[in-house]
Every structure is written in structure tokens, then in C-alpha cells.
Design a protein around this ligand. Sequence first.
Ligand code: FES
Length: 118
Amino acid sequence: MKRYRLSVCKGMDCKGNGSDAVFAAAKEELARHGAAPRCEAYRGGCYGFCHMGPNVVIREDTGRKRDPLSGEDYQLMGWPGEVYYSRMTPEKMRRVVAEHIAQDQPVREFFGDPDEQE
Ligand code: FES
């Protein structure tokens, strides 16, 4: 089974749009599926996609140490296995955990388009 890192942005705009509830739903659902040991859930910074928020970025955890200077907490890196979900709600988050994290099946219909303009 794969291991993941899941981050929910926490800039002011996305907080106003419910990112705290999305993060809470992620934690709850990870626990419900017994998947918390396989997925580190944390808050990223602002990814610059506030108009499409709340935003969630999931990456495969390859065991690489997180580098606080790498920019991965506030931008997409284009790494293999990186998935960006936009306009997230607690309901969508629960489905992403159940399918992407618990079954290694990313939920394509919720993928965000990083090139979408405001
Ligand atoms: S606060 Fe979520 S992308 Fe800016």
C-alpha cells in the first residue's frame, strides 16, 4: 500500500471558504478508515489558487524529508503522484480519503485545473 501526504491550504481566503472543516473531515475520515498511519495530514500554506479553494494537495510519501524551504507547501511541484483537488467540501474530502488514500484510487472528477483563471 502506498503512503501519502495530504495538505489542506490554510490561507485566509480558503479559511473563509471552509478549509478548516475540510481538514477536520480529512482527519476524521483517515481515522475511520484506519488510514492515519499511512497518511500524514497537515496544513499547507496558500497555493495561490484561492479563487478555487479550499484546495487540497496529495502527494505520495516516498520517505523524503519535508524541506521547509522547498516551496512544496505553497505551490504545486509537478512531482509524480501529485494530485491537486479544488473547491473541496467536507463531503468531497471524505470521498477522497475513502478512494484515493484508502484504495489508491484518485477521484478524477474533483481534480482542479491549476491554469483556471479567476
Ligand atoms: S488560501 Fe487556499 S489557495 Fe490561497
